[in-house]
Design a protein around this ligand. Structure first.
Ligand code: HEM
Length: 235
């Protein structure tokens, strides 16, 4: 676990958005290392890899997004102004001529308003890194990438949208509207679920593919994108 996050300490004294980033950093890195994700950030990424990613993310958001939004207090949901992301993923798939067949999922989103807020931090944050991935894919795939409506969800307003989201997150515990410990554990639980779902998607793909004897997988994960961009400013 990372320095700033001490589960035994009250999180009210620290900025919640920052605490969340540190508490989930390890799982975020584990997600980036998954074969599905490593292929996406590889210089030899293909359109197929992008489609696999979209299908996997559609399963993640279908399994979690609605229940997390439903569990959030309405007032907080309005303050945060979160727009669901699943429609953008499905639009991207449709643009690529792909229908999405949802995978049955027994994964349950954490319940309770605080935990749901933590879960939504995870889903919202994916679009922050998404912008970086979109730039990489645009370079590698060119026009075949299409609109990338999910990855580039907030477009050039990405940074502003995230700052707004993070500042609302930070303000909630101070106003007694949220137990920060619940938010942090909801985020950790959700990120672990996301990891499991994406890992499962990668395994399914591996089973579905017939890999010829001796044929190695092309290089994957040549440098993790998150390590090539400057760190997010912490203030
Ligand atoms: C190949 C896969 C991924 C890469 C390369 C990646 C990369 C990144 C990068 C570069 C950032 C920082 C962006 C910036 O500062 O502008 C970021 C932030 C974030 N990503 Fe990812 N990401 C990946 C997958 C995911 C997934 C699948 C999720 C969750 C569903 C996720 C959740 C987050 C969150 C919550 C943040 C915000 C961290 C914070 O500042 O608090 N990421 N990601």
């Amino acid at each position: 676990m990372h320095g700033i996050y001490d589960p035994t300490r009250s999180t009210t004294s620290a900025r919640l958005a920052l605490v969340l980033r540190h508490a989930t950093a390890e799982t975020h890195q584990a997600v980036e290392r998954l074969p599905l994700m490593a292929r996406l950030t590889s210089p030899s990424v293909t359109r197929e890899d992008y489609l696999d990613y979209l299908h996997a993310l559609a399963d993640v958001y279908a399994a979690l997004e609605d229940s997390l939004l439903d569990a959030l207090d309405e007032e907080i949901r309005n303050d945060l102004g979160i727009r669901p992301k699943l429609p953008a993923i499905l639009d991207d798939l449709a643009e690529q001529g792909q229908a999405h067949m949802p995978r049955a999922s027994a994964q349950l989103a954490p319940s309770g308003s605080g935990a749901a807020l933590g879960g939504l931090y995870v889903l919202e944050g994916a679009t922050l890194g998404g912008r970086v991935i979109a730039k990489h894919l645009r370079r590698c795939l060119g026009p075949a990438l299409g609109s990338a409506a999910f990855l580039d969800f907030h477009g050039e307003h990405s940074s502003a949208a995230w700052k707004r989201f993070a500042s609302i997150l930070d303000s909630l515990p101070a106003h007694g509207r949220m137990d920060p410990a619940e938010v942090v554990s909801g985020a950790c639980e959700t990120f672990a679920l996301v990891h499991r779902l994406l890992e499962g998607a990668a395994t399914e793909r591996a089973c579905a593919q017939t890999v010829p004897e001796g044929a190695g997988r092309r290089d994957s994960g040549v440098g993790h994108l998150a390590n090539t961009v400057p760190p997010i400013p912490e203030d």
